[in-house]
Design a protein around this ligand. Structure first.
Ligand code: NAD
Length: 342
């Protein structure tokens, strides 16, 4: 199959390596250019994956004919990059978190909507294979109507070696991890109406919070989101998310090492899920790496069909409102009414 879409990758850092590998196995896309302000990283990406190297994204868009850009820079540059995409009339896929402020996120959504350009946020946890399996089980009605959920990510993995910028982030685990769990809660159970946060900084060497628990109230359900970078355990399960969903007819548990148990009307099924293999993935990252492929396949399907992406820019405003609301609740000590920020 020949490539249908020409793309440029902006930001060739740590996580972008997964993007580049995942695109490389998709015949629908062709890498036209890569961009990074760090010339060493840029040269390494261009040497391995091809594409004309640029240190300036505007220059890239001026010179190259691309259908979309894939933005894998850190959040402070996301708005600038998305606005550049809108200015040059190209679609954009942008890494999460889209922004740290609602005004920035809205400006990005408005800029892309004004030009009627496809815009998706790389919110990948719902594209993890186990999460798609849980969603299928829920949609089959096997556990009835869900009324309780828990999305949990607890580890003592040293996330700071790969992502040193997290050490100085004033806002840390809620924006880095809980954001994904909020999205899972929405994906599985629906939109929250209010939420309440408790959080701590356990590691004194970092600036932000590294342990957080958020209680979310949906119309007919309660969900606990909890995340920690300071949890010791018998063996590392990083970067796995554990899920429990209780329904009127049964329960779903996704536990350590991808063990999925479904109790449906008294009948129990158990399975150790096998994450789809790729030549470039490796444990313990494979679950997350495979979800990058899932995001990218969904993006291409949306471009092909004109469908709105599940995690569109506009959808992400809701997720950002929840994330910012979690910090507001932490600061005020009061529940946050979801939707107050937009
Ligand atoms: N979805 C996930 O599971 C997941 C996991 C890790 C990181 N992320 C996200 O990926 C993004 C990148 O994180 P990272 O850890 O790879 O960061 P990183 O610092 O390793 O990479 C970012 C790259 O962007 C480049 N850059 C910065 N400003 C630029 C500019 N103006 N023009 C061109 N290049 C520029 C930097 O030089 C760097 O190489 C973040 O938004 C982060 O939240 C997502």
């Amino acid at each position: 199959m020949s490539a249908r879409y020409r793309y440029a990758l902006i930001g060739t850092g740590f996580f972008a390596q997964n993007h580049l590998h995942a695109w490389a196995e998709m015949p629908e896309v062709e890498l036209v250019a890569v961009c990074d302000v760090d010339e060493e990283r840029l040269a390494a990406a261009a040497a391995q994956f091809g594409g004309t190297p640029y240190t300036d994204a505007r220059e890239l868009l001026q010179n190259e004919d691309v259908d979309f850009i894939d933005i894998a820079t850190t959040p402070p540059t996301h708005r600038m990059m998305v606005e550049l995409a809108a200015e040059y009339g190209v679609a954009a896929l942008c890494q999460k978190p889209l922004a740290w402020e609602m005004a920035d996120a809205k400006a990005m959504v408005d800029a892309m909507e004004a030009k009627n350009l496809p815009f998706m946020v790389h919110e990948n946890f719902r594209f993890q294979y186990p999460m798609r399996r849980i969603k299928e089980t829920l949609d089959s009605g096997a556990i009835g109507r869900p009324f309780f959920g828990r999305m949990s990510f607890r580890t003592d993995y040293d996330c700071y070696s790969n992502q040193p910028w997290l050490v100085d982030s004033e806002r840390m685990i809620i924006v880095d991890v809980a954001v994904h769990l909020f999205d899972l809660a929405r994906f599985f159970i629906g939109e929250p109406r209010s939420l309440y946060t408790e959080a701590l900084r356990v590691n004194p060497r970092i600036r932000g919070e590294d342990v957080a628990t958020i209680l979310m109230k949906m119309d007919d359900a309660t969900v606990i989101v909890d995340a920690s970078y300071e949890t010791r355990s018998d063996h590392s399960t990083y970067p796995q998310t554990f899920v429990t969903i209780e329904g009127t007819e049964g329960v779903i548990h996704l536990g350590p090492d991808y063990r999925l148990q479904v109790v449906s009307c008294g009948e129990v099924t158990e399975e150790t899920l096998k994450i789809p293999d790729h030549t470039w993935t490796s444990e313990p990252w494979n679950g997350i790496q495979d979800s990058v492929s899932g995001v990218q396949r969904h993006w291409i399907e949306c471009l092909d069909t004109g469908r709105t992406p599940e995690t569109s820019g506009a959808d992400t405003l809701r997720l950002l409102d929840i994330t910012l609301g979690a910090y507001e609740s932490l600061e005020t000590g009061l529940p946050y009414r979801v939707g107050s920020s937009f």
